[in-house]
Ligand binder design. Sequence first.
Ligand code: HEC
Length: 281
Amino acid sequence: MALLAAAALSINAHAAPERVGDFTLIDDTGKAHQLSKYAFNKAVVIVSQASGCSMNQENIARYKQLRTNWDHRGVSFLMLNSSVDDERADIRAEEAVWNYDFPIMDDDAQLVANALGVTQAGQVVVVDPVRMNILYRGPMPGQWARAPLGQTLEAIVADGADSRQMDTVTVDMEEAEGCALDFPVADQYVAEAPDYETEIAPILIERCVGCHVEGGIGPFAMNSHMMIQGWSPMIREVIMTNRMPPMQVDPAVKSFKNSGNIPTEERQKLIHWINAGSPRD
Ligand code: HEC
């Protein structure tokens, strides 16, 4: 009976769309963007960008036209720079020359690119900022109205649209449509997850345990691997949204001695470790 029911369900069940966790990134002007704060919109279009990527440069007019067509229908537009070659200053320099005129989020840890499944500059991702579902990942088509990108936007802005009933539409990038990005850190940690005892625990001890200790002001004590593993989804969220450690300031703007900033390499270690299932060894 149980087997029969399961089989029937898998036939009828709708393949749920891919999801993305909330995140906060700072753009080229120093402004923070948190995905969930875009929840007053029906969709957010995120264009992956890299300095010197000719496919980005050649598509500027198309990006702007897409925005003109959709921003009055509840769609917001952001760019995402996940290139290991670009510092904040490089992003600003590229913007000064090319005038993209979109906020360009600085994904220096590349963690948002990983979360969105972005592998190339030029890739376009459509996200529902309310349900955090990924609805489209693919190229910027020349004639988007008839292409899957336009169809996806049309579907999500429609009255009563529910992204849980939609699929993630993935369109492969042709070589001429994007600029390949390197992910050296992700590659390293996917091959071998960071080690709990020598790499993860020392970060938590230095950055978190001061408050997250028995009787401390943090709401739970990080006193065992089990505890940290159990809290891992929440830990990922507070790291991705810059909520913990508290008191973070944009290091590109100012550096305070007591700011809670956590170095990029440490954030990458924590998130890749959690993505690997928070293993003990
Ligand atoms: C200065 C003290 C302090 C430090 C350092 C600190 N936390 Fe916290 N943390 C808190 C407090 C207070 C709360 C509860 C209030 C809140 O959510 O802001 C909290 C809440 C949390 C939560 C639960 C969030 C929720 O929404 O329930 C997580 C997860 C967390 N911290 C992880 C971390 C991690 C990971 C670090 C280290 C990278 C860290 N914290 C460092 C004080 C701290």
